[in-house]
Write a protein that binds this ligand. Structure first.
Ligand code: ZN
Ligand code: ZN
Length: 122
């Protein structure tokens, strides 16, 4: 799987085994992305990133990586984990992925419904 930001300054490639695809409805993801943030998760040896990612420490738990030029929000990483979450929206088709579940649904916005039948976790 290959992905990039809008301006092309940052590219990444992910091994096909990195396939945990979730949609996060938490307040921080919605603010950062403009809506729901859909991501996959990769172990460090499953993802390679080229370009200068700016990391923003969004909480005591995690940081968010984005392109300093075009602003695309591409990565999320917990401080105490090596695994990196990557934006599904930044991937080229075909991804071979399918969303598995919705997370932090208790924080979701009131302006949309979730009705795709996938599991929802608060
Ligand atoms: Zn960019
Ligand atoms: Zn989130």
């Amino acid at each position: 799987m290959k992905g990039s930001c809008n301006c092309g300054a940052i590219h990444f490639s992910v091994a096909p085994e990195a396939n945990r695809a979730v949609a996060c409805h938490c307040t921080k993801c919605r603010k950062q992305s403009g809506h729901v943030w859909a991501s996959g998760q990769a172990a460090p040896d499953q993802i390679s990133i080229t370009g200068d990612v700016t990391w923003y420490k969004s909480s005591e738990k995690a940081k968010r990586g984005f392109c300093p030029t075009c602003g695309c929000f591409l990565f999320w990483q917990a401080h105490d984990e090596d695994a990196i979450s990557f934006a599904l929206g930044a991937l080229q088709n075909p991804t071979g992925l399918a969303l598995q579940e919705h997370i932090f649904v208790a924080d979701k916005g009131d302006y949309y419904d979730i009705n795709d039948g996938l599991p929802q976790k608060d």
